[in-house]
Write a protein that binds this ligand. Structure first.
Ligand SMILES: *Cc1c(COP(=O)(O)O)cnc(C)c1O
Length: 233
């Protein structure tokens, strides 16, 4: 979390450019830009880099690690009101308690054990956070997420049995494939399950994701500049 990265890259300029691109992409397919939530991915970046983005009025952020979020965000929440923090990284069941305390949205619900642990914790603290189910659209063995063929049953488990507030689906396409195919697949699975939320698209492909119906795009590098090496996706 050093402040040494990309000293010349101004995150407020990054934010403005990304918002402009988001608006154009939405307009190109007749969508309202207000229907696309920009989740500014601030992982690895220190609070001094995040503050200007908050000061510019942006309130929705994403972090991929519970411990890092715990170190950064309570301070920032003291300084700025109405922050919404999304968990966009893998969640271990032994960190569920901390995650529910520090995050507002869980985007990476990727297995039954986690669904049950979240349901239990939401009930315990009476705080029912919105969740997105992560779908492994590329069926990559090393990647987290529900297999597309098991998605419908998993949505039913989470929504009907565990009574989770399932807002939508999330995916991270394979790096070496055309993301549009994965965005289309995610949109199709969401539609047949009656889910409206689609968290898809990152710095390199968020405009395509918007064309395919993304309601949430997770953009880090294009706002904050490149990350220090400590990054883990
Ligand atoms: C890091 C990360 C992002 C942001 O990636 P960029 O390419 O920097 O925009 C988006 N989603 C997830 C799940 C990530 O881990």
């Amino acid at each position: 979390m050093s402040e040494t990265t990309s000293p010349v890259f101004d995150p407020v300029q990054g934010l403005i450019s990304v918002k402009n691109q988001l608006q154009s992409a939405a307009a190109s397919v007749g969508r309202s830009p207000d229907d696309v939530n920009l989740v500014a991915v601030s992982k690895v970046h220190g609070v001094d880099r995040i503050r200007p983005v908050l000061a510019a009025g942006h309130k929705v952020f994403g972090e991929n690690r519970v411990q890092e979020a715990e170190q950064k965000w309570p301070h920032l929440r003291d300084e700025y009101a109405d922050i919404t923090l999304h968990l966009i990284g893998p969640l271990q069941t032994n960190k569920v308690k901390q995650a529910v305390a520090v995050f507002d949205v869980i985007e990476t619900l990727d297995r039954e054990k986690l669904a049950r642990a979240l349901a239990k914790e939401f009930t315990r603290v009476n705080k029912h956070l919105p969740v997105f189910i992560q779908i492994n659209t590329g069926a990559e063995p090393q990647k987290a997420g529900i297999d597309p063929h098991e998605a419908d049953a998993f949505v039913a488990l989470c929504r009907d049995e565990l009574k989770l507030d399932v807002r939508g689906l999330m995916c991270i396409p394979p790096i070496d494939e055309e993301p549009a195919l994965h965005f289309a697949l995610l949109a199709k699975i969401a539609k047949r399950n009656g889910l409206n939320g689609l968290s898809m698209g990152m710095s390199s492909d968020f405009e395509t994701a918007i064309e395919f119906g993304a309601t949430h795009v997770r953009v880090g590098t294009a706002i904050f500049g490149s990350r220090p090496k400590a990054d883990q996706v």
